[in-house]
Ligand binder design. Structure first.
Ligand SMILES: CC(=O)[C@@H](O)[C@H](O)COP(=O)(O)O
Ligand SMILES: NCC(=O)COP(=O)(O)O
Length: 239
């Protein structure tokens, strides 16, 4: 079964627009869980433009499903994650000024750095996932540094899905098969949506978790949060 982790970055974006506490991030996280989400994902960025470091500390107190913290492992991020000890940390190679995540790690070039990070988080009992492109060499590189899981960066899939679904999914199937062959757990995320999720989940072997934020929170404007989470869960309920 593929689990749904709701990324609540965009809820914090709206809250921060007015400087107050509306919408209340803590309540939204609790409601996501109540409505069926099997995890909560946040991606604190150095400029705290949406999730603040303080949010992560407060969320740790109330999240009862899987808490997944994503981000670029700079010193502040490492310290935060080790303090919070979420179920999972996802390492993402974001430039500080990137509008959003736009690539996976080069797991071969950065092998030593990644190995040290994996070791430090695993020593605290935190499951580690490494964000990678759908490239079998990068999957093998991730395995070599000792990570528990990888997260496939799905933006290229989402972009090409409208033109040619089979071509869009093909590298992701190959990467997933490689992950299975080498014994890596598999997550996926970025730009997954009601349009492209079922096709992806039906074809990707061993898909353990998807984290979805931008499209899901946007859909919630039209369908409401509870309905929207149920709609995404239905897309994942496949034989
Ligand atoms: C790691 C990843 O794929 C991203 O999707 C990220 O979590 C989204 O970040 P923003 O919400 O800042 O675009
Ligand atoms: N890891 C991906 C994630 O958390 C959400 O990405 P998006 O759905 O906001 O593109």
């Amino acid at each position: 079964m593929t689990r749904l982790s709701v990324n609540i970055n965009k809820v914090a974006t709206i809250r921060n627009a007015r400087g107050g506490n509306n919408p209340n991030l803590i309540k939204v996280a609790q409601d996501c869980e109540r409505f069926g989400a099997q995890g909560i994902t946040v991606h604190p960025r150095p400029d705290e433009r949406h999730i603040r470091y303080q949010d992560v500390l407060e969320l740790k107190e109330i999240v009862t499903t899987e808490f997944n913290i994503e981000g670029n492992p700079d010193e502040r991020f490492i310290e935060l994650v080790k303090r919070v000890r979420p179920e999972q940390v996802t390492l993402v190679p974001d430039a500080p000024d990137a509008i959003t995540s736009n690539a996976g790690w080069d797991t071969i070039r950065h092998a030593d750095h990644l190995r040290r990070l994996v070791d430090t988080f695993k020593a605290d009992g935190i499951r580690v996932s490494i964000f990678v492109d759908a490239d079998e060499r990068m999957v093998e590189g991730a395995k070599a540094v000792g990570t528990d899981r990888i997260e496939l960066y799905t933006e290229p899939y989402a972009t090409h899905f409208a033109e040619n679904q089979e071509d869009a999914i093909a590298p992701f199937v190959r990467a997933a098969e490689r992950a299975q062959a080498v014994g890596l757990g598999l997550n996926a995320g970025h730009d997954l949506s009601l349009e492209n999720l079922r096709y992806f989940a039906e074809r990707i072997p061993g898909l353990l978790e998807v984290s979805i934020g931008h499209a899901l929170i946007s859909d919630a404007l039209y369908f409401g949060l509870e309905n929207t989470i149920q709609m995404y869960l239905r897309e994942l309920m496949i034989a």
